[in-house]
Design a protein. Structure first.
Length: 320
């Protein structure tokens, strides 16, 4: 896929793969920006969820998430003051592999609890980093869903082509071409055919989404306008004995979730992890937790550093 190297701001739309150079204005309806996208799914979502989706349908946000999910350490080494990602020399490696760390935690939790990864649901999968990694770790089938059609378009493109070019902001109006790849570090048994991506609203999932062996929801809960709806649905999304890993920094922001809908995060409700645990204790056994750091790059010298809380749960059997 070719992208024009003449720009004012590092924002581009995905363009159809071709041997011919194609350029698109960032304000235009590019070939994959609307209904013409071969990967676009049409779903009915609530007005609140539609507003949430719009926050992620921006090319600069897509670029950030591609960098976050598919950071290449060899490509990211500093190489002096002109390095592509100077923070790679200073941040812990795990912070630059957040999707992989989330997948690892889910896989290990399933192994420790004798749960086979036959059918896994990745809710809020973004551009698919954890979904692909779960397959590499031995999952037989993974379904990744996200409300952003742009994220799902990118994940499906990666599934088909194994790589996707994007623009990485260096500083100011300077950006460099980077490539998100699937082939770095994957074993021969890795098969992208076992990963499926769909545009779905986590607050309005069709009944077909049920009885998964394991579920991952990374950095999702505090971004939902009505998180309690999703939390209540968890008991039907996974089977009895199934594993759920909820990862969140609990960054409750009014633009994502009205304060009256926050789970914890207020003086009266207390800390979010305790409030969330209390909501789930009827149907789930609390196994434990971890802290997972991550970094969202803004440009080569600046990234947002966050530490998310990961809660590990097992759905109770009827006799428990």
């Amino acid at each position: 896929m070719l992208i024009s190297n003449e720009f004012v701001l590092p924002r581009f739309r995905l363009v159809e793969p071709s041997e011919v150079l194609r350029t698109v204005c960032m304000d235009s309806r590019g070939p994959y920006a609307g209904e013409s996208s071969p990967y676009r799914a049409f779903v009915s979502v609530s007005e609140e969820s539609s507003k949430s989706a719009e926050k992620y349908d921006d090319q600069s946000v897509l670029n950030q998430y591609l960098a976050m999910h598919y950071f290449d350490f060899e490509e990211g080494q500093s190489g002096g003051n002109d390095g592509v990602a100077l923070f790679a020399d200073f941040l812990p490696k795990s912070a630059l592999q957040f999707p992989l760390e989330c997948a690892r935690l889910l896989s290990e939790t399933c192994l420790e609890n004798n749960v086979e990864l036959d059918n896994v649901l990745d809710v809020g999968c973004a551009v698919g980093g954890s979904s692909f990694e779960l397959i590499r770790l031995g999952a037989k089938k993974v379904t990744g869903i996200d409300i952003s059609s742009q994220f799902i378009d990118a994940a499906k493109y990666l599934k088909e082509h194994r790589k996707l070019e994007y623009m990485y902001k260096v500083e100011g109006n300077i950006a460099e071409s980077r490539v998100a790849r699937l082939d770095t570090g994957y074993s021969p048994r890795f098969s992208v055919e076992n990963v499926h991506f769909e545009v779905e609203d986590a607050l309005n999932l069709p009944p077909v989404y049920c009885n998964f062996d394991a579920l991952l929801a990374a950095n999702l809960v505090c971004r939902l306008p009505r998180p309690e709806i999703f939390v209540a649905r968890l008991k039907t999304l996974v089977r009895e004995g199934g594993i759920v890993v909820l990862v969140s920094p609990y960054s409750w922001l009014p633009q994502h979730c009205p304060p009256e809908n926050w789970i914890g995060g207020t003086g009266s409700a207390g800390r979010s992890w305790r409030a969330l645990k209390a909501m789930l204790e009827k149907d789930f056994v609390y196994i434990g937790d971890e802290n997972i750091p991550f970094a969202i790059p803004e440009h080569s010298r600046k990234s947002e550093f966050v530490v998310s809380h990961a809660m590990k749960l097992r759905r109770k059997h009827d006799h428990e």
